[in-house]
Design a protein around this ligand. Structure first.
Ligand SMILES: Cc1cc2nc3c(=O)[nH]c(=O)nc-3n(C[C@H](O)[C@H](O)[C@H](O)COP(=O)(O)O)c2cc1C
Length: 362
């Protein structure tokens, strides 16, 4: 097992309506005051990263959305240690704009910006903003060129590139980012195309929630391919965390979430996401096998099963670490309170278990 401590990120609620499609009370808000305080609580509680979301339109919820790069910058300015991952979408964003914009933010914030390159699943959103809709694997081919170019601009003077989507001629970015060799590049998605891309170019692979076996299969696939490319990639897994003093309380919260799910919105979301993993040639990506209950959480976060007492959750996190997970991306019902509870009750147990494991003879 890795001797590095497992890391924690939380989903920045820069999109309204929380992370579940249910009428249960969610104490969260997309406004900046709420988010600033949340970021400060998170860094004090031991979270290393915050992940912003990119969304231009509502569809099934998510009615209001703050732009991810500017919002990420504001969160960095309000914190001192937290790293913020700005989500961007190739198409609306051009790689030279992202390279320049994030370099400036990197310098202004002491080297704490990162980027999540998402490949898109929401055809209605692309149509609404006049972006051409590429087929599933073409979206990833573009994302891979995007990441190649981004890293190229960040690290190379007189950068030239001739791809199907992007072209550069002797371009030199000045200044270069503070973080060397460059800010970390995350990606979201779980299809074969996503895994192949991760094994070649990304620093981090983010996947939807899943069972331990489901996650292990993805990790084994990515790591064996990455070895062929002499590339190192770390793994982040989504989980909707419900930590309560008793298991019964935690399970009751999940039952209430499902009971109060909004079927119309869940089904509309389920319909939209068929453009993602299920549309990939092998049909294995995100949401390809999601049930109605899974879809109540946008990124299959119940499947990871971090629902129970602090002890149960800590044990399951360490079990995920044992199969190669480097980071837990967490979502919560009542963000501020639950991030603080997690930092106080769950995280110390995780660190204790990690220390015990490391002390065991190899
Ligand atoms: C952790 C994570 C974060 C994501 N964030 C966004 C986002 O902010 N905006 C967006 O449109 N898609 C987002 N996605 C969706 C992915 O970019 C991708 O389109 C989707 O997961 C389907 O990928 P697949 O078909 O390769 O499985 C995210 C996915 C994951 C796993």
């Amino acid at each position: 097992m890795s001797s590095e401590k497992i890391k924690f990120a939380y989903w920045v609620p820069n999109v309204s309506g929380g992370l579940i499609v249910s009428n249960i009370e969610q104490r969260t808000s997309y406004d900046f005051d709420y988010n600033r305080k949340l970021a400060q609580i998170a860094e004090q509680s031991g979270f290393e990263y915050a992940l912003s979301q990119i969304r231009f339109t509502a569809g099934y919820g998510a009615e209001y959305q703050h732009e991810s790069v500017s919002f990420s910058h504001a969160l960095l300015a309000a914190t001192t240690k937290l790293r913020v991952i700005a989500a961007i979408l190739p198409g609306p964003w051009d790689p030279v704009v992202v390279a320049k914009q994030l370099t400036t933010i990197d310098i202004l914030t002491g080297g704490r910006i990162a980027v999540n390159v998402v490949s898109g699943w929401f055809k209605g959103e692309f149509q609404a903003i006049g972006q051409p809709w590429l087929e599933h694997d073409e979206r990833y081919r573009r994302s891979e060129e995007f990441i190649d170019v981004l890293k190229g601009i960040w690290t190379t003077d007189n950068f030239s590139y001739s791809g199907d989507f992007y072209r550069f001629h002797n371009f030199t970015l000045k200044p270069k980012p503070l973080q060397q060799p460059h800010p970390e590049v995350f990606q979201g998605g779980s299809s074969r195309a996503a895994r192949d891309m991760a094994s070649r170019v990304s620093n981090w692979y983010f996947t939807n929630g899943n069972t331990v076996d489901g996650i292990k299969a993805q990790i084994d696939d990515i790591k064996s391919k990455a070895a062929v490319h002499n590339h190192k990639v770390k793994i982040g897994v989504n989980a909707f965390i419900i930590a309560r003093d008793t298991e019964a309380e935690a399970k009751a919260v999940l039952a209430e979430i499902i009971e109060k799910a909004n079927p119309e919105a869940v089904n509309a979301f389920g319909h939209e996401v068929k453009q993602a993993g299920a549309a990939s040639p092998e049909g294995e990506g995100n949401w390809a096998k999601s049930t109605f209950e899974d879809l109540v959480q946008y990124n299959d976060g119940f499947k990871t099963n971090l629902i129970g007492t602090p002890q149960q959750i800590a044990e399951r996190i360490v079990a995920l670490k044992a199969i190669g997970v480097d980071l837990i991306l967490s979502g919560f019902l009542h963000f501020q309170e639950e991030v603080a509870y997690f930092g106080e009750k769950v995280l110390p147990l995780v660190r204790e278990l990690e220390a015990q494991q490391t002390a065991l003879p190899a």
